[in-house]
Design a protein around this ligand. Structure first.
Ligand SMILES: Cc1cc2nc3c(=O)[nH]c(=O)nc-3n(C[C@H](O)[C@H](O)[C@H](O)COP(=O)(O)OP(=O)(O)OC[C@H]3O[C@@H](n4cnc5c(N)ncnc54)[C@H](O)[C@@H]3O)c2cc1C
Length: 199
């Protein structure tokens, strides 16, 4: 039976939800206070994250924080004035980094992301946008064996979900990416990921 639905937000989530409802024969209205696709969905990296199943918070993250904060090129910057407001979120993030919780999160993410490719392709085809997709692998590169080994567990988790990951040495990296700096001696390569334009 056809019903009427209202979807709030015309980003990728709202639009995909609306399309799925429409496909099932329902009438859908999308409401957004801004132009469609101008929120977070506008400025992302455009990766269709097939096999992305590792959360940001992982066991041992607390130990890595001081080094990240001291590194001017590190991935983490904290505005200290903002810290009191940030603390509750940080505590939740630490709780989410417990090994048992990480396991649950990995499973949930894998369940979602392994379907991303097959779910997304028909949508792109219907929109005449298939040409925007570039099927490429994903290469994680490391300068040291230590850094390579530190990621071994996350690659093992991916493999456990059937996501192929190859270990590459310096020669194999150069074959794949000749222009990459020779500083990178080790890599993990995930051949199945799809790259496209952001929405
Ligand atoms: C730097 C960066 C890189 C990323 N790279 C990737 C990537 O490579 N691959 C990937 O899969 N994901 C990536 N992401 C994540 C991805 O972009 C988001 O998960 C996704 O865009 C979220 O979509 P959304 O529809 O939920 O949100 P949005 O695109 O932000 O849409 C939400 C919409 O809701 C509207 N809205 C909100 N509140 C109201 C209201 N009260 N009334 C009316 N309208 C409202 C907003 O105006 C907005 O248009 C990245 C994110 C960032 C920040």
């Amino acid at each position: 039976m056809s019903e009427r639905f209202t979807v709030l937000g015309a980003g990728i989530i709202g639009v995909c939800t609306a399309l799925a409802l429409q496909r099932d024969g329902h009438q859908v209205t999308i409401i957004d206070r801004n132009e469609p696709g101008t929120g977070c969905s506008f400025g992302n990296a455009g990766i269709i994250h097939t096999g992305g199943c590792i959360p940001m918070a992982t066991p041992g993250i607390l130990k890595r924080v001081p080094k990240m904060l001291l590194d001017p090129e590190g991935a983490l910057v904290i505005r200290w004035r903002y810290l009191p407001r940030l603390l509750p979120w940080l505590f939740k993030m630490l709780a989410a980094a417990r090994p048992t919780r990480v396991e649950e999160i990995c499973r949930a993410l894998a369940h979602l992301s392994l379907q991303a490719r097959s779910a997304y392709l028909p949508l792109l085809s219907e929109a005449g946008a298939s040409a925007l997709l570039r099927p490429r692998g994903e290469l994680y590169v490391y300068r040291t064996k230590e850094a390579f080994d530190a990621e071994a567990w996350s690659m093992q988790v991916r493999r456990g979900f059937g996501i192929p990951v190859e270990d590459l040495d310096a020669n194999a990296i150069r074959d794949l990416k000749p222009a990459l700096s020779p500083n990178y001696q080790f890599a993990h390569y995930q051949p199945q990921r799809l790259y496209g334009e952001s929405v």
